[in-house]
Design a protein around this ligand. Sequence first.
Ligand code: MEV
Length: 330
Amino acid sequence: MVVSSAPGKVYLFGEHAVVYGEPAVPCAIERRARVTVEERDDGALRVHSTDLTLDGFTVEYDGAADASADVDVPEALVEAAVGYVDAAAAQARDAADRPDAGFDITIESELPLGAGLGSSAAVVVAGIDAATRELGVQLSAREIADRAYRVEYEVQDGQASRADTFCSAVGGAVRVEGDDCQPIRDVPNLPFVIGYDGGAGDTGELVAGVRRLKEEYPFAADTVESIGDLVRQGERALEAGDLEELGRLMNFNHGLLEALGVSSRSLDEMVWAARESDALGAKLTGAGGGGCIVVLDETEEARTALSYTPGCEETFRAELDTDGVRVEER
Ligand code: MEV
């Protein structure tokens, strides 16, 4: 039996535009998915989850996914979760050259599903690490990131960047532009606060919506390019440790994402509550549509304001996690 864990992430800048080759800066946070893998000799795959939003969910299958889980979450989310785990198991079999290996997989996650904190990437990264180790193979963090990216690419119908999976595999703050993925060294202390509306967005649908908009309206394509320019400016602010400029650029980034149609009323309400509490900046994080915002605030004000915001279900401080994927038990 092997237990591996991998961190979730927030986007300081650049989600969505990164899918079209613009740079993005995701940052790993100290909230993790833990995946336990034990080999089975009958070749089947059994998945059990105690995830925040999939509590008590168990699926057993040997090929075709039966996602009829007895849980109070949209069927599409359960199917997507099963799809990610299935594809991660296939990557582990391929890496270990054990096409018939079966697994018992248990997922415990501190990351709500589909809420912009990189839950699927963390589960896939930790799952590939634990399953390959269980089969006696040890992959580097970069190899795990690459295989996890292939899983996201497959499950999201070819609409995925390397950002979430690379960040989860190596930890810390990273820069992703197309296939070029690099850790960012000497990052200043980033006082992140998260606001969570209790909801979720469908990443595939949201990415497809931006693609359609971009194809229909040249100014939507310009908006995507403007996000790229903003990220380059943000990288300079990050290097200079200029938190005020980072906050201003986060506000700008949220406005551009809103223009691309990926925000929601509750995300906007949380962003405005944080801004009115004098936070340095606030934006949605991840695919959008519902889920989480990320705020830069050195004080307790934003957290207090968010805790009184009707659309906000949970708010917490998130520290940058400099560790990526790691073995917890074996
Ligand atoms: C989702 O967490 C981030 C997106 O940019 C999609 C991706 O990069 O694969 C919306």
